[in-house]
Ligand binder design. Sequence first.
Ligand code: ADP
Length: 173
Amino acid sequence: MRHVAVYPGTFDPVTYGHLDIIKRASKLFDQVVIGVLNNSAKSPLFSVDERVKILEETTRDIENVIVDSFNGLSVDFARKWEAGVIVRGLRLITDFEFELQMAQTNRKLAPEVDTTFLYTSLQYSYLSSTTVREVAEFGGNITEFVPPYVEEQIRRKLGYIDKENQKNEQQQN
Ligand code: ADP
């Protein structure tokens, strides 16, 4: 039997913390499907399609990982992919209460789907997409938080790359 797991989240943007969980999950399961949540309530920096593309680029070396988007419940996404497991990452103990509540709710909704928690590697335990967005918006260095491709997409989205190009053009003229 193939063991399929889904890893749902917002991934706005994907960080080294998420990638650490994805790599570790890919060793535990035959197939890992990353589920990018289309959550309009959160007014994300990147659209769902952009987040899917960024995740595809950053996980292209991991053979048994695919990326899909979804609306609604994680358990329905798990059923769609016939996954027996939902993977969630835990950083600090503060994540635990919310995650446990969600896992218990999901078990009620879909008893055939189990939730597995993977603890993040210590060096990423402080890292969140929100922090990355905030640091980037104020022009801080995010090299240690996200891969170079993601950094470039963030800088493009925030208009830094355009501004730098304009500056270079002005200096040349
Ligand atoms: P959500 O809005 O569902 O929390 P996120 O994209 O923020 O979506 O996170 C998706 C999953 O990845 C969650 O289980 C979250 O706890 C986990 N996660 C987020 N950041 C990290 C990190 N630095 N290390 C490990 N897991 C993380």
